[in-house]
Unconditional design. Sequence first.
Length: 187
Amino acid sequence: MAIALFTAVSITGAGLVHGQPARAAGIGASRSAAATPAQADQSASAPRTSLLQWWSAARGDNFISGSAAEDQSARDAGYTFSRQEGLGLTAQDPGTVPLYLFWSPTRGDNFSTATQAGIDSAYDAGYSYARIQAYIYPVQVSGTVPLYQFWSSTRQDNFATATPQGINSAYAAGYSLARIEGYVYPN
């Protein structure tokens, strides 16, 4: 039996319905409130948090953590540290959106997403909402890099990465680029 890397929490806020991210209509409202690149092109006031990449060979699962508690959960579940992918924010600044974590016990897959397409895809594939991991920008602002979402139909694994090493690893393992989830600060 797979061990989930999350504990479900009830969070309230923009784009959440009963503590979970909503399908299309609900998230659209928070996305439309996001700043334009010019508006968001200022230094973030919220503290930054490392987005760390973890790997489970047993599950064939890549997982990004956004907190010390998630790092410990990854270690406890047998994941090994791969690299730091970038930096998100610990609180929502103007112009940022949540980076949501979803979990599929069927696939043994953790899935981080900040887009409506990702949220809808997670629900359509039977994933459960876990929590908000960090806050990222939906549009590129000065000093940020893309957080890419890759998918492997062979492994049934979502793989988010913002580093050249992660991108190369994804392509070398046969993953396909799905989309850009948002923008994070580089290491």
